[in-house]
Ligand binder design. Structure first.
Ligand code: ADP
Ligand code: MG
Ligand code: ZN
Length: 626
């Protein structure tokens, strides 16, 4: 919409008049009084007296007044007196040795004061007014002005500005392949046209947050030698109904003019949500925007070479109409990186920092299971920061290992002092996890156990690192995982015959696994292969919604409790059977605060099995547990 002529001139004009009046009044009333204040008003005879005394240094004669500087007792005062018709005035002044350099004609003065008093302030006001009104309008309705709704203000990226290439995106090979094809099409459309193939109009990047969707789109911009429009879904959301739709229209108009080009809509779920009958106010605007987007995507000619990229982490919430072939017909999954991907991402980011030769990216990648690209970038940066903190010039393996823990559990809380009793309980709790894990098959080896409190609130934790990545989990593995999670609490029960709040996170996780096993993975006899719950947004925390009757739900809950209880009992049994090792390991952890996986296994496999509770721990317990 080009509505330049509709700009509201009238109100602005009125503002100018108001400003003019204000300036006029200021000039008339205030300025003279300001000037007057520093003046001493004298009468003509006093003036003549001063001239005769020779104390007047300088005089300026105007049509009404004479301004002069009177120097009495070493003090200079500026005075004003009324000008009286006095033919001898000049003679008198000459006789008194008064400098008359400042005698100005009134006409010149008038010009100056006009300039100073009116023209300059008005000019300043006008410029200021223009600037402010422009800012106000652009904040209300896009570039240009209030009435110019619907300017899409998409940023145009061109190759040189972002500088991000596919080589900056590590892993995600499938996504890169699919996108490379699109870039290739834009460069050599002939190759595809010869055979009759047409490019997909749109490609949708889907995946969890921080996996590099936005980064991939920027890399496409960096690789393709065509204009790249980038806009975020939220920029379409506007105060007024119809503005979002107008913006979409404008965006596609611009894209058509610039074809071949790429349009990237980030976080498209903001405008692409499913249209539903039930809705509250404000839906109108969103629906109109979506409808406009659908229309535009149908309308343009794919062979012209406009490719729409979009990214979202909520594909399930998108309107099906948007996803049908002919619109976003190519779906590019950008999943959490696997072991190899993590290693590559670490390497890409580690290029930006100085590291020692001993850094083993493979091990770091192994320990960072489940980390997204953004997490890994963060881990690398934390490692560099830690190196600086320690006054080193490069980051070491230890820096990386610590920074994984920082990203998982927060910083070490050095000043939090646990009481001996608490520390002992935490030590037993963590060893409980580790021991249960170690005594079961199909369970990831213990990598590290620590009882140094963290800023996340964790008082300690047990890190298990799998040798190989798993993509499938068997029922037994899941059960063992639940047993391991209950191991902490089980140790508290076995040793101290009491329970603490320390297990809340374990309980949460164990419940989640148990529930999923029964309601979604079909791992119970009762429900066979029937889904009792649906995952509503798979990439964002995986919230579930129930899909069963209240009766079934009650049964489901019962089954979950049963499953967890079974595993809890198993954990208690493992710990009672290995009580000697539990004491030995807990004492070691209590003393050292951190155990590595190797140390743990060494103690566990040593023959010198002490059945007795370590003396110190026993004494402490007796003192404090009464
Ligand atoms: P999202 O998928 O949420 O759009 P981003 O693309 O914004 O994620 O990624 C955030 C940051 O994480 C990037 O700027 C980059 O530093 C890092 N990152 C994510 N994935 C990768 C990857 N595959 N390779 C390299 N860096 C990555
Ligand atoms: Mg993003
Ligand atoms: Zn625990």
């Amino acid at each position: 919409m080009k509505n330049k002529d509709l700009r509201p001139r009238k109100p602005l004009f009125i503002y100018y008049i108001i400003v003019l009046v204000i300036i006029f009044v200021l000039n008339l009333l205030i300025m003279p009084t300001v000037r007057e204040q520093s003046l001493v008003k004298t009468d003509y005879s006093t003036f003549l007296e001063s001239v005769e005394n020779g104390s007047v240094k300088k005089a300026e004669i105007r049509s009404d007044y004479i301004y002069y500087i009177d120097q009495k007792n070493g003090e200079e005062t500026t005075c004003r007196t009324v000008r009286i018709e006095d033919p001898q005035l000049v003679d008198r002044l000459l006789a008194g040795g008064v400098a008359m350099e400042g005698v100005l004609t009134d006409r010149e003065n008038l010009l100056m004061s006009l300039l100073m008093g009116y023209v300059i302030p008005i000019a300043v006001f006008i410029l200021l007014g223009r600037y402010l009104s422009k800012r106000l309008m652009s904040s209300m309705g896009g570039a240009g002005g209030m009435m110019q709704f619907g300017k899409s203000n998409a940023k145009i990226y061109v190759k040189s500005t972002t500088g991000i290439k596919f080589s900056d995106v590590a892993g995600e090979d499938e996504a890169k392949d699919l996108l490379t094809e699109i870039v290739d099409y834009l460069h050599n459309p002939q190759k595809y046209k010869e055979i009759g193939a047409s490019m997909p109009k749109g490609a949708l990047l889907v995946g969890p947050p921080g996996t590099g969707k936005t980064l991939l789109a920027k890399a496409v911009a960096g690789e393709a030698n065509v204009p790249f429009f980038s806009i975020s879904g939220s920029e379409f959301v506007e105060m007024f109904v119809g503005m979002g739709a107008a913006k979409v229209r404008d965006l596609f108009k611009q894209a058509n003019e610039k074809a071949p080009c790429i349009v990237f809509i980030d976080e498209i779920d903001t405008i692409g949500k499913k249209r539903d009958g039930a809705g509250f106010s404000g839906n109108d605007e969103r629906e109109q925007t979506l409808n406009q987007l659908l229309t535009e995507m149908d309308g343009f000619d794919g062979s012209k070479g406009v490719v729409i990229l979009a990214a979202t982490n909520r594909p399930d919430s998108l309107d099906p109409a948007l996803l049908r072939p002919g619109r976003f017909d190519r779906r590019i999954p950008v999943e959490l990186p696997d072991q190899k991907g993590r290693e590559e991402i670490l390497r890409v980011h580690a290029k930006k920092i100085k590291i020692s030769d001993s850094v083993r990216f493979e091990d770091i990648a192994k320990a960072a299971v489940g980390a997204s690209g953004a997490d890994l970038a963060n881990i690398v940066n934390e490692a560099a920061l830690r190196a600086v903190r320690d006054g080193r010039k490069f980051a070491t393996q230890a820096d990386f290992e610590e920074s994984i823990e920082v990203v998982i559990a927060g910083y070490q809380k050095k000043n939090r002092v646990l009481s001996t009793k608490e520390k002992l309980i935490v030590a037993y709790h963590e060893i409980g996890h580790a021991l249960v894990a170690a005594k079961q098959t199909e369970s990831a080896p213990v990598h590290k156990i620590t009882i140094i409190p963290r800023t996340s609130g964790a008082l300690g934790y047990t890190m298990q690192v799998d040798e190989k990545e798993h993509f499938l989990m068997s029922k037994e593995e899941l059960e063992n995982k639940i047993a391991t999670l209950t191991g902490g609490r089980a140790a508290e029960e076995v040793v101290f015959h009491t329970v603490t709040t320390g297990a809340s996170n374990d309980i949460e996780q164990a419940t989640k696994i148990a529930r999923a096993m029964i309601s979604r993975y079909g791992m119970s006899d009762e429900f066979d292969m029937v889904a009792m719950e649906n995952v509503s947004n798979q990439y964002l925390g995986g919230d579930t919604s129930l899909a069963c009757s209240a009766d079934t739900q009650a049964l489901l809950d019962k089954k979950v409790v049963e499953l967890v209880r079974q595993q809890h009992e198993k954990a208690v049994k493992i710990l009672t059977d290995n009580i000697g090792k539990l004491h030995e390991l807990a004492k070691y952890l209590y003393d050292h605060e951190t155990i590595t996986g190797e140390e743990f296994m060494e103690i566990l496999n040593s023959d010198a099995e002490r059945i007795e509770m370590p003396e110190e721990a026993g004494r402490l317990m007796d003192n404090q547990m009464q």
